[in-house]
Design a binder for this molecule. Sequence first.
Ligand code: CIZ
Length: 309
Amino acid sequence: MPGATTIIDEILEWRTRRRAIILAHYYQDPEIQELADAVGDVLELARGANTFECEVIVLCGVRFMAEAVKLLNFQKTVLVPDAYAGCSLVDSCPAAAVRAFRRRNPEHVIVSYMNTSMEVKAESDILCTSQNAVTIVNSIPANEPILFLPDINLGNYVKARTGRKNMQIWQGACIIHATFAGRRLASARAEHPEALVAAHPECPADVLRMADFVGSSSSIVSWCATQEANAFIIVDESGVRHSLEKSCPGKGFFFINSESCNCCECPYMRMNSLEKLLTCLKNLEPQIEIEAHIRRRALVPLGRMLRVQ
Ligand code: CIZ
């Protein structure tokens, strides 16, 4: 019907009315990515947000990502369409347990992945992303023991790549990446022998051993775009397909399913929807707040990471 208003028109109208920008993580549904002013990984989005003139930032992703955006854009109103969009890695690592480790092991350097709560970031010595974790660990003097948290697979990968012996690793895992199985990847390789394999470092070691490339979602997208190959098996959350297809026209992408859901979709990431995006723009809720003293402490390890990477 000509002139009918769609939900997308409404979102765009409220985006203007609120002087808002919409940021989407790679793991969001394609219709949300298409509406976004920027698509990226958590650090790219948090850092990129200040290049826009706006009063409100809607982060379409999970809660810890919206908190990272707030950390770097404290004066802005930061919204997340679903405040209950969590993360199994964040849940695996309570701040009280990290504080208890610190008390028992005051000499350890605590390296925390971005997938942690703001309270855990505030307890940490330095932060890392899946893109820069090897560089960050290599920047720490060899004689200083490390606690790497919270992802066991990323930690084991970093330990193997850096050869670091004095590194303890937390036992957290991503419910999707950790349940990609080597045997499913082996069958996909037999089915598509021409394809190169790109895997996210939160996957188990047997999967990573079979990969031609291991990297963050952002680096998987740029790596596939620069390869001559035309076919790729991707071991990552399926939301990244949208950016892969946009960046690599004509190339084919095969995703393998994880054992946990027989799919490759993070259930938390998929809690966002166009309807919730519209509602949060209209109501200016749910808002992300970070207490000033936590923010001050969390900015210290973040600043250290940014100086190293
Ligand atoms: O860095 C991020 O945004 C995460 C959590 C994953 C990735 O590789 O994009």
